[in-house]
Design a protein around this ligand. Structure first.
Ligand code: NDP
Length: 323
């Protein structure tokens, strides 16, 4: 019998790549969207796997809906990748952010406990929980100092998972993932915004790109590498939490230089940084130490930021020429 995986939030960037990976591992893959009837599941189509996924509607904030789906699928593994995922948007929709992430995770944990079978659970944790570490590398022992409604919600979900693991012996893990990008990243995220604008400017379709703070520094990895780590987390003997990152930090302006440079553009002629677009609170430098994942999971990020930029630029150029 093939193993069954349920991916909550399958329409997103990570959901699509994870579905592809699990299909390649021989899993039967089920995926949820808030409304599977109307969801285009364009990312699954992009990867050519739409017809191999069984899609279901599920609202994470509705316990009945969550329990019903878990009962119906009877999965071996559940990956929770759903919820409001934008830090910027969380300042405008704090309640939606908290409920979709914290209540959503709790409903999944409670449903697993209620069903009483040995279902393994992966929670999409976030490096945003660390807040400002003043340039120090964050690892699994670093305390959380969240600086956005999104990070507060992710911190809550992280501790819910840790508590259910300890209290009820659930096989529940959090991957504390640093930023990861790909051609499937939605346009509202800054990396894709940069790539899209640079490609349009190169085609003569735009002139300027207006951004917030371009001095922030982040550890950017490649989404297909990161879903491999999610899978490995659930294949361990014991459930545990892991920091997943490349271990290399660069500034947003370096990312911009890379993208514009690849297209033969001088970024300084096109990019404007506007104070009005700064977040109310932000993380200046995000730095990671992924040694535990390297040693215990045997996982390492294999795609450099330069390669990620190139992959994203090529995908965007294909998209723009087909429009
Ligand atoms: P996406 O935003 O691409 O996908 C998230 C999915 O969640 C969406 O496809 C959507 O599915 C569902 N969703 C969106 N808003 C809500 C909401 N308000 N309530 C319930 N469901 C919602 O995220 P990613 O694939 O990039 O990330 C996956 C998970 O990993 C997320 O939890 C994210 O916060 C976390 N994460 C991501 C990082 C990154 O760099 N990408 C870094 C660290 C953590 P639908 O509309 O079909 O219901």
């Amino acid at each position: 019998m093939p193993k069954k995986a349920l991916i909550c939030g399958i329409s997103g960037q990570d959901g699509a790549y994870l579905a592809q990976l699990l299909l390649n591992h021989g899993y039967e893959v089920y995926g949820t969207s808030r409304d599977a009837q109307i969801a285009t599941l364009a990312n699954l189509q992009y990867l050519g796997i739409r017809d191999r996924i069984k899609s279901l509607s599920m609202s994470l904030t509705d316990f009945r809906s969550v329990l019903q789906v878990l009962n119906q699928v009877q999965p071996d593994e559940v990956y929770n990748l759903a919820g409001q995922s934008s830090v910027s948007l969380s300042f405008e929709q704090p309640v939606e952010t908290l409920e979709s992430i914290a209540t959503g995770t709790l409903n999944l944990l409670e449903s697993i406990r209620f069903i009483g079978k040995p279902i393994k659970f992966y929670n999409a944790g976030s490096s945003e929980c660390f807040g400002d570490t003043r340039g120090l590398s964050a690892d699994e022992e670093t305390p959380f100092r969240p600086r956005s409604p999104y990070a507060v919600a992710k911190s809550t979900a992280f501790w819910q998972v840790a508590n259910y693991r300890e209290a009820y012996k659930l096989f529940a893990c959090s991957g504390i993932l640093f930023n990861h990008e790909s051609p499937l990243r939605p346009d509202r995220f800054v990396t894709q915004k940069i790539i899209a604008a640079a490609c349009r400017i190169a085609k003569g379709q735009a002139q300027k790109l207006v951004l917030g703070n371009i001095d922030i520094q982040r550890d950017w990895g490649y989404a297909p590498d990161y879903v491999e780590a999610m899978y490995l987390l659930l294949q361990q003997e014991q459930p545990d939490d892991f920091v997943i990152a490349t271990g290399k930090t660069i500034s947003l302006s370096d990312f911009i230089v890379e993208a514009f440079g690849l297209l033969g553009l001088n970024w300084q002629e096109h990019v404007i940084s506007e104070q009005s677009l700064y977040r109310p609170t932000d993380i200046t430098i995000s730095r990671a130490n992924p040694r535990k994942a390297n040693q215990q999971l045997g996982w390492c990020a294999t795609t450099s930021v330069q390669q990620i930029v190139q992959i994203m630029v090529e995908a965007m150029q294909r998209k723009l020429s087909s429009q």
